[in-house]
Design a protein around this ligand. Structure first.
Ligand code: NAG
Ligand code: NAG
Length: 463
């Protein structure tokens, strides 16, 4: 009697974990995906009064630093109140280290060559066109070639970046070479609400709705089929575009391969117990690195809930804007540097001018508030209900993984999202702003990806 009870108890003990494992397995791997949501491709985001009066022409545009704006900006930079010193022995753990403020504000107010940088920012042809009620700003560089196919590539930036991230990479990507029988045209838009693109007039313009706007922009320019490259929000928007428009997106290169589903997190959690069973041993340290980002994510909650309040502070103060964006840039470049007094900024590959160009785009466009609303829209019930994060992408995808990217997924997790993962290129340098920090490495990787996508397409066509 006692013996059979023991056996029964043992069986139950086995049964419970077996049911848990099978249930988890079903949930992770066998559950049918939700349907692809239908979005209104003509949804109007602009002022209601402009409906029906839309100017759909493509108009040339230049960035202008007006004298009045420069004068006001300099005065705000020079007249900031004194800041409290950081705690003893602290780097960036409590936020921007105020010992570093004056070095930057003085440079911005006194040495930043406004007119020269204005010319620099206007070196590529820029345009605006109205999509769904919003004027969308973009750079378009089209190589002039004969007897070569020109293929379009949409480059999507993120936050706290801008089109500025791609300036160094643009000539490398659009270079015409003998080896390639094609040339690349780049289209680099400011996301709605960023830089010189209009923000939405009403709630609801999240990454999925931006994906529609970006696709409509490409159609406006005559591109029914194209490649995409994206990092940060750009990669999330790219992911959605590949799900929504699988026949139009020829391939997607992303340098932020982040799978934002609970499933992916659960799988990654289990992998972390015996990582070498699932991934290369040399990359296990990147799982450790992932842990460093957790204490850096307070901004995410803030911007997902009350973007407009922090927006007031940053719109009114260029010093605040500088501290806020540079603190994020420290973490995004290398999370270890958060411990350093200078945040590693003095050994950055970025020059001060490069960094300030990006801030100038936010400041001149008065766009910090509207840029961070994407966090709130993305976190909204309406947006998560669409379920794009649960849907697989079947478009050929190439993921570049910089060494100091803020989050690392091993390929087995990436495959949960990317059914057609052409390659994962593991880089031994660089951070979250790959195009900006390492334009050569970035461009080569993108060009390799496009060559691989084209080869795949060719072999498919021959079948
Ligand atoms: C932009 O600037 C260039 C160079 O100064 C000039 O040739 C062009 O006309 C300007 N375009 C617009 C739309 O202002
Ligand atoms: C994948 O990327 C790596 C690193 O960039 C490269 O060495 C390799 O050739 C690529 N593989 C393919 C199939 O393109």
């Amino acid at each position: 009697m006692a013996k059979s009870r023991l056996i029964r108890a043992l069986l139950w003990l086995l049964l419970i974990p077996a049911v848990v494992i099978l249930g988890l397995g079903y949930w992770l791997f066998l559950q049918p995906p939700p349907p692809i949501p239908n979005l209104n491709y003509e949804e109007w985001w602009g002022d209601e009064s402009l409906k029906g009066k839309q100017d759909t022409s493509v108009r040339p545009f230049n960035i202008t630093f007006s004298d009045g704006m420069i004068k006001d900006l300099k005065s705000r930079l020079k007249n900031h109140v004194p800041f409290r010193l950081p705690l003893e022995g602290v780097g960036f753990e409590y936020g921007f280290n105020t010992k570093m403020i004056d070095e930057w504000t003085t440079y911005w107010a006194v040495k930043y060559p406004f007119r020269e940088r204005e010319r620099f920012l206007n070196q590529y042809p820029q345009f605006k066109t109205n999509i769904q009620g919003l004027d969308v700003h973009f750079i378009r560089v089209k190589p002039q070639v004969k007897n070569k196919e020109v293929i379009p590539l949409l480059l999507l930036h993120g936050w706290p970046g801008s089109v500025r991230e791609f300036y160094e990479a643009i000539p490398l990507l659009t270079a015409v070479t003998k080896e390639r029988d094609y040339a690349i045209e780049v289209i680099v838009p400011s996301l709605p609400g960023y830089g010189f693109s209009d923000p939405a007039s009403r709630p609801g313009l999240g990454p999925a709705q931006m994906a529609v706007i970006m696709r409509n922009l490409m159609h406006r320019l005559g591109h029914q089929k194209f490649y995409i490259q994206g990092g940060d929000w750009g990669s999330q928007i790219s992911n959605i575009m590949t799900v929504m428009f699988p026949k139009e997106i020829l391939g997607s290169h992303i340098n932020f391969g982040f799978v934002p589903s609970l499933k992916a997190m659960v799988l990654q959690y289990f992998i972390s117990f015996y990582p070498t069973l699932f991934m290369e041993a040399s990359l296990v340290e990147r799982l450790e690195y992932n842990k460093l980002v957790l204490v850096e994510l307070g901004y995410y909650h803030l911007q997902s809930t009350k973007p407009d309040t922090i927006g007031v502070c940053l719109t009114d103060s260029p010093v605040g804007l500088l501290a806020y964006i540079l603190e994020k840039s420290v973490a995004a470049t290398n999370l270890h540097n958060v411990k350093l007094e200078d945040g590693g900024m003095r050994s950055w590959r970025f020059s001060k001018d490069q960094i300030l160009d990006n801030l100038m785009i936010y400041w001149t466009g008065n766009s910090i508030t509207t840029s961070i609303r994407i966090y709130a829209e993305s976190a909204s019930k309406a947006h998560t209900k669409l379920g794009f994060h649960l849907l697989k992408s079947y478009v050929p995808t190439w993921v570049a993984q910089a060494k100091y990217e803020i989050y690392y997924h091993p390929p087995v997790v990436l495959r949960m999202k990317y059914d057609n993962l052409v390659n994962v290129s593991v880089l031994n340098e660089g951070g979250h702003f790959l195009a900006w920090e390492l334009p050569k490495v970035f461009s080569e990787d993108v060009l390799n990806a496009i060559a691989a996508f084209k080869k795949l397409q060719k072999s498919k066509d021959e079948l």
